[in-house]
Design a binder for this molecule. Structure first.
Ligand code: FHN
Length: 484
């Protein structure tokens, strides 16, 4: 091998090796252009998508997740035993065979389901989009799919739940996103890996079935704005990077402007989310599940669009009867995660697991109402906002929209003086509350201001101060660095 070829090959092997070690963190640095390897199924684009549909996705910032399926019926309990793991995985925890699990369909009759009430609750919470589990790993479809009998049409309820939801959310001005699990425990052709020729043949049938279901969803519900894939981590999918690229293309042809999460994709080498050259596949990174970037160290996330999702108990997506089995976040903790995500240029999706009767548990209703009250007053610092480019301070988070920088204060110091360090050449002209009352701000040192938060001393919830800023030539001649 020629030395240059050898170096390129060596770099490639290192890149693949490192990539697989850090696979789950999924945030590699792109390789220098000259070291990139040719890929057939790598990223379709470099950098963020800039069209109107993507801009809308980004501006929304706050969404809700709905995990609803047969697993809501047992709610974490099988044959008298309570399983503390995620309720939507109960079939797997309790080793229930698929045909036995699917008997639950005979009990699926959510008589208290009221799509309009669900949509009102979402609007009052201030979410701009809702992600609905059209089909979770168990394989039960909330729409009357013609490609399987495991659908809502064959339950006592019969009606197209997904259709009702799409209509009701859209009527409230809320976008609908479709969660879709590729892994389908109910399908005889699903495979975790492809070890034999028979596996490959069966799995090809499975991929055709999945194509049909996706085409069906995209055409039956044409106002869908996003497909959010899950259950794509197994070797069988990683060996079918070409299929994942095809699905993204197919959906984009069927639904102009649709957005697709990074979880769908695998490249030619089975590398997921980011291809072997370090470029994001899909439209936004979707690896932040029940976790967030480090607010100080992980600023690389501001280079691509991303969306995080989180549960309210530690790890329950579907309805679980017993929330006392793990820590349950308070509304203010949930709020802090929402603000944190926006401060890092991401979206946040808060999960709800409706009861089998179609109503929400009281804790979820209370959570939606508290977040909604706060968003009504303070949504200006969330919607359409982005990473502010400011040094993080202990009192909370910054977000930014144009010349407004928002300070979202979660920890008021005893001094009530909030330090604001600005990048060189950024000047703060004024500070105000969101309802327009002046807040005192003083230039305290070079590139540093103090905002006096006296008037907020009695606040019981996080509060917001808006700084009007100007980029340009800050006059720092009054302050000079110490000569040491
Ligand atoms: O296994 C699922 C889980 O049940 C849930 O749907 C979450 C939502 O992001 N996704 C999977 C795990 O990554």
């Amino acid at each position: 091998m020629k030395p240059t070829l050898f170096i390129r090959f060596y770099c490639f092997v290192c890149a693949i090796g490192l990539a697989s070690i850090f696979q789950s963190q999924a945030q590699p640095r792109p390789l220098p252009a000259e070291q990139e390897i040719p890929l057939q199924y790598g990223a379709d684009r470099l950098g963020k998508r800039q069209d109107a549909a993507m801009q809308q996705f980004r501006n929304h910032r706050l969404g809700a997740f709905i995990h609803w399926g047969l697993y809501a019926i047992p709610g974490g309990e099988w044959k008298g035993k309570m399983y503390p793991g995620a309720a939507e995985w109960l079939k797997s925890w309790a080793n229930v065979p698929s045909d036995e699990w699917m008997q639950l369909m005979q009990q699926w009759n959510p008589t208290r389901f009221d799509a309009k009430a669900w949509a009102r609750m979402a609007r009052q919470m201030g979410v701009k989009y809702v992600k609905i589990t059209t089909k979770h790993h168990e394989g039960f479809c909330l729409w009357p799919s013609q490609y399987t009998s495991y659908t809502v049409a064959n339950t006592p309820y019969q009606k197209d739940l997904l259709g009702e939801m799409v209509k009701a959310y859209n009527a409230e001005g809320i976008d609908v996103h479709f969660y879709f699990s590729v892994m389908d425990w109910s399908h005889p052709d699903w495979r975790y890996d492809l070890k034999t020729r028979e596996d490959s043949v069966a799995f090809r049938r499975f991929l055709d079935f999945t194509d049909n279901q996706l085409r069906e969803l995209a055409t039956r519900y044409s106002t869908v704005k996003d497909f959010w894939f899950d259950g794509t981590w197994d070797s069988s999918i990683k060996k079918n990077g070409g299929w994942t690229a095809h699905v993204e293309r197919m959906l984009k042809e069927l639904v102009p402007g649709v957005t697709i999460n990074s979880r769908l994709r695998a490249d030619d080498y089975g590398k997921r989310h980011f291809d072997s050259n370090g470029h994001l596949m899909g439209d936004y990174e979707s690896g932040y599940e029940r976790k967030l970037p480090d607010p100080v160290k992980d600023l690389k996330v501001t280079r691509w669009d991303w969306e995080a999702c989180m549960t309210v108990p530690e790890n329950q997506w579907g309805y679980h009867k017993d929330w006392s089995l793990s820590y349950v976040k308070t509304p203010m903790e949930v709020l802090e995660r929402i603000v944190h995500a926006v401060s890092m240029g991401g979206n946040m999706v808060v999960n709800f697991g409706p009861q089998p009767d179609g109503d929400f548990r009281p804790e979820e209703k209370e959570l939606a109402a508290s977040i909604g009250r706060w968003m009504k007053q303070n949504g200006e610092c969330i919607y359409g906002c982005d990473y502010a480019g400011m040094e993080k301070q202990d009192w909370g988070y910054y977000t930014r929209k144009g010349n407004n920088i928002y300070m979202v204060v979660f920890n008021l110091p005893f001094s009530r003086r909030l330090k604001v360090k600005v990048p060189r050449k950024l000047r703060i002209d004024a500070a105000r509350t969101l309802d327009g009352k002046k807040v005192e701000v003083t230039e305290a040192a070079r590139d540093e201001y103090i905002v006096l938060a006296d008037r907020f001393a009695s606040e019981k919830e996080p509060f917001v101060i808006c700084l009007s800023v100007e980029d340009g030539s800050a006059d720092s001649s009054r302050y000079r660095d110490a000569l040491t």
